[in-house]
Ligand binder design. Sequence first.
Ligand code: ADP
Ligand code: MG
Length: 695
Amino acid sequence: MTYEDNEIAKVWETLLSSDKYRVMIADISDNYPNKKSVNVDYDDVNMYDITFASYLLEEPDRCLEIAKKAVMDLVPNMDRPGHGINVRLFNLPRDAKVEIRNLRADHLGRLVAVEGLVRKVTTVKPRITYALFRCARCGSEIWMEQTGMLLKEPMMCNNPDGSCNKQATRFIQDLKQSTYTDTQKVEIQERPEGLRGGSQPERLVGYVEDDIAGIVTAGNSVTLNGVLRSVEKTDRDKSTVFETYLDVISVDFEQHEYDEIQITEEDEREIIRMSKDPNLYDNIIRSIAPSIFGMEEQKKAIALQLFGGCHKEMDDGTNLRGDIHILMIGDPGVAKSQILRYMSSLAPRGIYASGKSASAAGLTAAAVRDDFGDGRWTLEAGALVLADKGLACIDELDKMTDQDRSSLHEAMEAQRISVAKAGINATLQCRCSMLAAANPKYGRFEEETSIYEQIDLPAPLVSRFDLIEILTDKPNKKHDQQLSSHILDTQRRGEARMLPEGTEIEDLDINEIMTQTNILKPVYAIETLRKYVAYSKRIVPVMTADAQKIIQDSFLRIRGLGSGGSVPITARQLEGYVRLSEASARMRLSRTVTEQDANNAAELIEAYLNRIAGNGDGTYDIDKIASGVSTKDRNKLDTIRSILNEFGADGMALEEIVIHASSQGLDQAEVERALKTLNDAGDIFKSPSGIYRMT
Ligand code: ADP
Ligand code: MG
């Protein structure tokens, strides 16, 4: 079915004369150019004429051009060059939705709705739409409409009212009177949910013009509605291969947090039923990477992280983070990367990235000047921004760039990243949980050295993690046997699974293999668990007085365990307790945080503090984490400093310092270590002949 121009005009005239659009157009008449777009809901078109509505998807350029004319007839003073009103169609139907990876030549020239995360935006820059020229000879005005990339100048002076009608004349452009429109180039990438099997996200470039330029920013989750177009690749040689881009007509923002996950009423009944299962906790933990053996404590922590604590906004506007951050430090080959990849595909909005990623934005965000912006500055979102409201799985955190090192802790705590550079002034949200993995300082944990000394990350960053998990790989007969059985069973089950249904092999019972290894099947299918998690986020559990008491007691007990003036635990860990216990309550969709939840949290935190901050004698010292130097060590440093201050005006040799220090209970090794720390910190100076003095 095709429509003649006048039929199309008729449809628009009727549609736009309804009350809803009459009000909108009157508003534009009054407020032009502050208001210059009529936003037409596709549903209204569909309701009015279903056949036309589908024709509109096929022939958007012609239909919208006519709509534009129809609107402009209704608004006064639209006859000046460069004045115009946009008709922006939004809320496109399901069958107009196309995934980036499925965009094909068929879609060219058609109206499509493409969902994605905004990865890059350029600064908003004006583009000239109508250029005004004056003839240098007679002064008459000539308006030239500008469409392409190059400025079009008049060929001759042919203004009908009294121009000189000469060809070879000079024209002077009037920049001030010419009309402009705002333009912006954006790049979206597929949402992680669209990606199955760990494939790389595909990207699409969109051009945004006029009053919708500048409304999206990096990290937004949007649907771009527009017309797919192609441009020739700008290679030196002419090419028959074209690049596609989207000429954006309107932008729909995601309304609700987990919109991409549809939960039906039936799902809801199933979710409630699951939540009442007495084995719920175990089932959830057993659904997390079942092919990975052991790691019970880690999986428990990660399960809590998946549900997360509650984000809170206080009366005074302060925001309290609810997201739980977990750091896993471990020997190579203990399945850190594997669990991270698993979690990035399980969690709603999960993003996997490596600390040593090649992208300019790194883990946070950056303003860059590259090909994408054609010389303009571009704001590019990194992993934490793309994981906004989701889970950022960051592998090899210890290999991150210096830029990330300095900005990451702010991103983790305040959950936003500010970029102010070269005309870009943006604050990007990164309200995500972070699951990070790192190797120990020397590649593998050394037994003689304490664990905190082997964490190769800046102290402010380390202290932002709610939990730090340690994974060591030491030969152990029983463990090795179980681990190898588990891995081999996984492989065997994998082989059996690949066979076509009903295959029989001589001397081998395929069914038996499957039943024997049934433990490797997640109790809850990934899809189900993801829905469960998304649903649980609707619940905000509140602490009971009993739970509060348990948390407080645990906090106070550990706080009292400091030794020799050390601070065993800070308020930062106290917030961690709360987040973990809220997550525990959420896991069973409970409206209250109970004693059991508080105990779950306390158990994990106490175990973590014991590992990292334990002095080995039942006392804790959180300064090891918070500042990277324990109180005991700091006292040693003070001792050396005071010796140098007292006796070292002319410098001291190592032997001298050792003699003085031994009377204060330090042995030679301790002195050497302290001297090295002070030297590294620039507090003291060591001459080439081995003489130390204060700087
Ligand atoms: P990492 O990132 O810690 O260096 P990887 O995630 O790359 O280690 O793991 C290496 C491989 O070792 C994985 O593919 C996995 O098959 C195996 N592996 C290590 N530990 C386990 C485990 N506990 N359970 C199952 N497989 C494991
Ligand atoms: Mg790894």
